[in-house]
Design a protein around this ligand. Sequence first.
Ligand code: AMP
Ligand code: ZN
Length: 456
Amino acid sequence: MKIYNTLSRKTEEFNAIKKNKVGLYTCGPTVYNYQHIGNLRTYVFEDILKRVLLYNNYKVKHIMNITDVGHLTSDADTGEDKMEKGAAREGKTAWQIAKLYTKIFKKDLEDLGIIFPNKFTKATDNIKEQINLIKKLEKKGFTYKTGDGIYFNTSRLPDYGKLARLDKQELKAGARVDMGEKKNITDFALWKFSPHDQKRQMEWKSPWGIGFPGWHIECSAMAAKYLGQPFDIHCGGIDHIPVHHTNEIAQSEAAEGKPLANYWMHGEFLVLDGAKMSKSSGEFLTLGEIKKKGFSPLAYRYLLLQTHYRKQLTFSWEALQAAQNGLNHLYNIVASWDKPKIGCAEYEKNFLEAVNDDLDMPRALAIMWEMIKDPIFPTSTKKRTILKFDRVLGLGLGKIKKYKTKLSADTQTLIEKRNTARSEKNWKESDNLRKQIEDLGYAVEDTPEGTKVVKK
Ligand code: AMP
Ligand code: ZN
């Protein structure tokens, strides 16, 4: 199996540390608001990675953190704490906000057919581990104190920034921001002190004073706690390359003298009309809105699978509509097939090659459609193979119930026309088609998977 490693900027053969076992860490949400559909793209990419590993018979231990403290509104460790800001916005406590948005996040994952990690681990449940890691760094001389916290001295680490290939000279020259008491522009907070004049909702005692951990230290501490160091694969969105993952690597390698993870994989962004989806602007799309407009979350998943995870994807409602139509069409075809029997080795081989080629899902989907249209194989063969494919695709094809009655080609065409009419909200046409289907002797039922019919 080949994957693209951001660290080497190369597509590499994947070699697990332990035979047949993979340790996977994926950076989770900051639970101060809904996740937008851009964030969700990253989790779908990580789900595909995990499913492909499972498909290759690896056992996967997957850890995902929940950032419920420490993520400030600016990646340069300034600004407000996103959690406390979210709490103020909604008139709730930071703890309530964390609980609420964690719950919504998990529902989003479920709706999108994402397999849950073995463990969700909260930053606030691992304060002791984070303090211990900072102590280790302090002992080794990597830290210094300022008026607002304990900072990591990046100039002490010769290869700082290797993941992002940061040019330190260029950074220094280009720095226009006020560094405050920081010694280097890239230095970052390990521990922040609570303000003297104010009690924070989330704060803890530490050897340096009352305060809260920086954002990056949580992932370093929790990844090593659950997966050991080094572990196999660490993932996130591409925005994590220059700051968050760069700093995770710096802390962990400085403390332990060995790599944090062997492979670093990053999903490209989802954008809206060329602009980045951003929560700070207040305008962002959620899965809830997609559902409100009548689309199924799996149609969004199907849309995402059509673009390689390392390519930027521009979201549009038209593209989502096309994905919904495509998925309904797929469900209808599968519903008309016979029970699974022996599979289709040739297509299975091609599919495996595609997914093992750095998760080439667009190619994998093309192979699936090629098989669907192949006139040679019986539908029982195709059914067996498509259910196998769905272990990676995660489109819920195993749940599609077979039509009890064999449908004529005419009825099938009418059903598909009606699905299209419905998804285009052309109700007149849809009613007209319902009548035509009923005239052929079927009762019509509308389900989230599209039109279903039964013999009257
Ligand atoms: P956050 O909740 O901001 O910590 O982000 C959660 C995950 O979403 C991280 O892995 C980010 O890298 C990723 N992410 C943020 N914005 C986007 C976007 N527009 N498209 C894809 N992934 C994103
Ligand atoms: Zn992280």
